[in-house]
Ligand binder design. Structure first.
Ligand code: GLU
Length: 168
């Protein structure tokens, strides 16, 4: 079962990773983190243990917004591309669960989005990005998204337009 952490505030990378380590007992196949660095969202992922991810993270970086994930694959094998977080334009997110109507949604969204992974999760990121383009407001877009998604989902989301806020 996967784990999700997120943090807004000082030492966000360290606090998010420390949180993720406390969820290690749940079992997982890969791990990843997304954090804000200035105006960019940086994503790091590794297959296997959190310590593999740990080795490629710069803890000196002063980020104040981060989300992280340990994945238990349900859609797509355990590899770096399928590992979370997934990013589509402004939206970056991590997900626990299964989206039952992801194939139908993927078929609708693939004229505007290039999908790289085999996950159901990447479809959520594209859906939310498309809704945000339409409504230009995260709360409205998330509520619309919830009406469309079928299945189970715990999500932690950041929007590259919006500093120091995460949505869970
Ligand atoms: N269904 C998603 C995937 O396969 C999330 C799995 C999880 O809960 O870790 O990537």
């Amino acid at each position: 079962m996967c784990g999700i952490t997120g943090f807004v505030g000082k030492k966000a990378i360290l606090n998010t990773m420390n949180g993720l380590k406390t969820l290690e007992y749940r079992g997982y196949d890969s791990a990843g983190i997304a954090y804000r660095d200035g105006d960019s969202i940086v994503i790091k992922k590794e297959v296997g243990k959190i310590e593999n991810l740990d080795k490629i993270i710069n803890y000196d970086l002063n980020s104040t917004l981060a989300i992280a994930h340990t994945r238990w694959a349900t859609h797509g094998v355990a590899n770096k591309i399928n590992a979370h977080p997934h990013k589509k334009n402004k939206i970056t997110l991590v997900h626990n669960g299964i989206i039952e109507n992801y194939e139908e949604l993927k078929n609708k969204l693939d004229k505007d989005y290039k999908f790289e992974s085999d996950t159901d999760t990447e479809v959520i990121a594209a859906l939310l990005d498309s809704l945000y383009n339409k409504y230009n407001d995260m709360k409205t877009s998330i509520l619309k998204m919830v009406e469309i998604l079928k299945g189970s989902y715990a999500l932690c989301i950041i929007n590259s337009d919006i500093k120091n806020t995460l949505y869970a």
